[in-house]
Design a protein around this ligand. Structure first.
Ligand code: 9YT
Length: 132
């Protein structure tokens, strides 16, 4: 069994900071679950273009407000506490935060640990793993 707390994970390598967001990766590939599980903070006013070409991602909003634009048809969906979106088609999208948003994110295949977005807004499949 794996038991971890967000408070502990935030203090070590599981906490990744990038432009407009930070994420604490509570479960990763080397945990053997088949998915990774993150608590992500999107900073207020962030405007993130993403395209996870190699991963499926599901995101649940715990708090805050924003919107996601599905670039396939330029369709805008509001996001607030209780909203889930799933990028089941590797959907190219833009995430805008009107206020700070706390999100639960699940990735399949699981992230290794150190991923930050490349220029296309995606994550490589062979990123560096964390050891803790
Ligand atoms: C919602 C989203 O995709 N934010 C970017 C960070 C990502 N969730 C991660 O790597 O934890």
């Amino acid at each position: 069994m794996i038991v971890r707390t967000l408070q502990e994970a935030e203090k070590n390598d599981r906490h990744v900071i990038s432009e407009g967001w930070e994420s604490t990766r509570l479960l990763l590939k080397n945990d053997g679950m088949g998915f990774s599980f993150h608590i992500t903070t999107i900073h207020a006013d962030a405007n993130l273009s993403m395209h996870y070409q190699h991963h499926l991602e599901s995101v649940y909003c715990l708090s805050g407000e924003g919107e996601i634009t599905d670039l396939a048809g330029n369709i805008v969906h509001p996001i607030k506490s209780g909203t889930l979106y799933a990028l089941d088609k590797h959907d190219k999208h833009i995430l805008c935060a009107f206020s700070e948003m706390k999100m639960v994110c699940v990735f399949n295949p699981p992230l290794h640990g150190k991923e930050v977005h490349n220029t296309e807004g995606s994550y490589a499949l062979d990123a560096e793993a964390i050891t803790e």
